[in-house]
Design a protein around this ligand. Structure first.
Ligand SMILES: [Zn+2]
Length: 217
């Protein structure tokens, strides 16, 4: 996993059982964010210790009930390799900074977006472009991974410089600073990191782990 050099946490982690956790900023906060909030990245490390998704949700709900959930709003994606080594399950735990964290199951290919500007508009646009990719007439993992990389490096049709709707953003207020991809199958876990805006085409670096089958419960 990549480490945040300032806060010591991470925004994305995958383990040898093929379980991935990835944390995104929440959208427009329902309450002003605390000025001295602890890093959201440390949550990824902490929740990685939980055996199940239910345990993660329970931990966050308990912390919220005790008034100890002090991070800014977040969306936490959890994806896990199925017991057969082929299928996968995915879920989202979302916290808006005020209410009880909610758990959502996710179905099929989906796009999660974090946008403080226009969450619904940005999500709809990127979902529409991603749906072309996810309906490609191939199941070849290499072809799908290559298409996904191109999508992450893409600028919206009307935004050649990479504006708000673009997956690869170059705005003054916010920009894409790197691309991380996780790929898991029954034999191997691969994490690939590419520094800089994906459209700049820096050389990606990959690390690998052998998959260890189902997580012990
Ligand atoms: Zn770009």
């Amino acid at each position: 996993m990549p480490l945040d050099p300032d806060a010591g946490g991470t925004w994305i982690r995958v383990d040898e059982y093929g379980r991935s956790l990835c944390i995104l900023n929440g959208d427009q906060p329902v309450v002003p964010p605390p000025s001295e909030a602890p890093s959201r990245g440390t949550l990824v490390l902490e929740l990685s210790e939980c055996a199940t998704l239910t345990e993660m949700h329970h931990l966050l709900k308990g912390r919220h009930a005790d008034g100890l959930l002090a991070q800014r709003a977040f969306k936490l994606l959890i994806a896990e390799l199925g017991a057969n080594g082929l299928s996968a399950t995915a879920a989202l735990i979302e916290w808006n900074g005020r209410d009880v964290p909610r758990l959502w199951p996710l179905e099929g290919p989906c796009v999660l977006v974090s946008s403080a500007f226009d969450p619904a508009g940005v999500s709809a646009y990127r979902q529409s472009t991603f749906s072309c990719l996810s309906s490609m007439p191939t199941t070849d993992p290499d072809a799908l991974a290559a298409a996904q990389s191109l999508w992450h490096a893409s600028h919206a049709e009307d935004e050649p410089g990479g504006g708000t709707l673009s997956v690869c953003m170059h705005r003054e207020e916010a920009s894409t600073v790197s691309f991380t991809a996780v790929r898991v199958d029954a034999h191997r876990v691969q994490m690939t990191y590419q520094a800089g805006a994906p459209c700049e085409g820096a050389r990606p670096v990959s690390v690998f782990l052998d998959t260890r089958g189902s997580r012990r419960r």
